[in-house]
Ligand binder design. Sequence first.
Ligand SMILES: C[S@@+](CC[C@H](N)C(=O)[O-])C[C@H]1O[C@@H](n2cnc3c(N)ncnc32)[C@H](O)[C@@H]1O
Length: 321
Amino acid sequence: MYLYVGIAVALTALGYFVQHRRRKRDEFKKTTKSEFADRGTRWSKDQHEFYVERFYETGLTGTHDFHGGMLNFGFWTNGNKDYIKAGHELLSQVADPVKLNGESTLLDVANGMGAQDVFFMKKYSPAHIDMIDLTLSHHLIAKKRMQDNNLQDRVTAHYGSAVDLPFEDNKFSHVFSVEGGAHFPTREKFFGEALRVLKPGGWMSLADYAMPKRPTGMFENMFARLCAKLWNAPLENWYGCEDFKTRMEAAGFVDVVVKDVGEYTIPGYYEESVRPEILAQLSKIRGWFTTYVACRVLDELILYVYKKNILTYVIAYGRKP
Ligand SMILES: C[S@@+](CC[C@H](N)C(=O)[O-])C[C@H]1O[C@@H](n2cnc3c(N)ncnc32)[C@H](O)[C@@H]1O
C-alpha cells in the first residue's frame, strides 16, 4: 500500500517537473527572436537528434549563466577548485595543440550555449567562428550571448547536426567539438563531415569520451548500457583510445594524437558536482528532483564507469593532409 502511494507521489512529482520545464522552455522560445522560435524543433521522432535535443531541452533551459554557461567537465590541475578556471583550461587543451590563432576560421560543432566561443574569441581572436548545435534552446542562447558580447559579426550561430554540416568543402582551418562526439549518430560520420569541410592542412580537435575496456559481466554491462541510454550516446561510439585513433586515421586524418586525460577531468567534475553549495544553486535552477535525484544518479554512474576503467576522457586531434 505505502509502496503504491510512494510511486504515485513520485510519478506526480515527475509529471509536474516535466510540465514545469516545458512551460519554461516555451516561454523562453517566445521571448527570444529567431527564425526557428515559432516553428519549434526541426527534428522528427525517427531521428536520433530529436532525442538528444529533448535530453538537453528538458534539463538545461534556465542554466545558461551557471558555470559561466559552460557544460564541459573542466580540466582540474594544481589543486584548482574553481570551475571557470578548469572549464577554460579544458578549452585551452583543445585549442593550444592545434594552434588556433588570428588567421583561423573555426567551426565549433556542438557549441552548447556559446560560452566557449566567447572564450575562444577573447583568448585566440580567430578571424571568424561558425558554430552549430542541434538543441534549439542552446542555439538561441548562444546567439543571444554573441549579441550581448558584441560578437554577432564575428560568430555565426547555426541550428543543425554534426553529421550533416551545412557548409561547403574546404572552408575552415579548424573544426572543434567539446563533448559533443559521444552523442553524434555516429562520431565516425562526423569525422567524414569534419574532413570534408576542413581546408587541406586544417585541424580537427576534440574533447570527448572513450571506453578503454569493454564492460565484463552482467553488472558492468548493465551499468555501461544504462549510461549510454541515459546519455543518448549510440553504442557505436563506444571504443577505446587506440580505436579512436585508428578510426580518425581511417577517416583520412594524419598526425593523429589521442591523449587519455580522464584523471584530470572526471574526478574533478564529480567533486565539483557534489559540493553542497553547487547542489543548492542547481536546485534553484533545475528543481529538487533533477538536482538531487536525476543528476546525482547520472554523476554516480559516470564516476562508477570511470573507476571501472570503462569510461575515460580524451583530447584528440588530427590534420587533414
Ligand atoms: C555536453 S554538451 C557540451 C556543450 C558545449 N560544448 C559545452 O561544453 O558547453 C553537448 C552538446 O552537444 C550538442 N549535440 C549533441 N549531438 C549533436 C549533433 N549531432 N550535432 C550538433 N550538436 C550536437 C548538444 O545539443 C549539446 O549542446
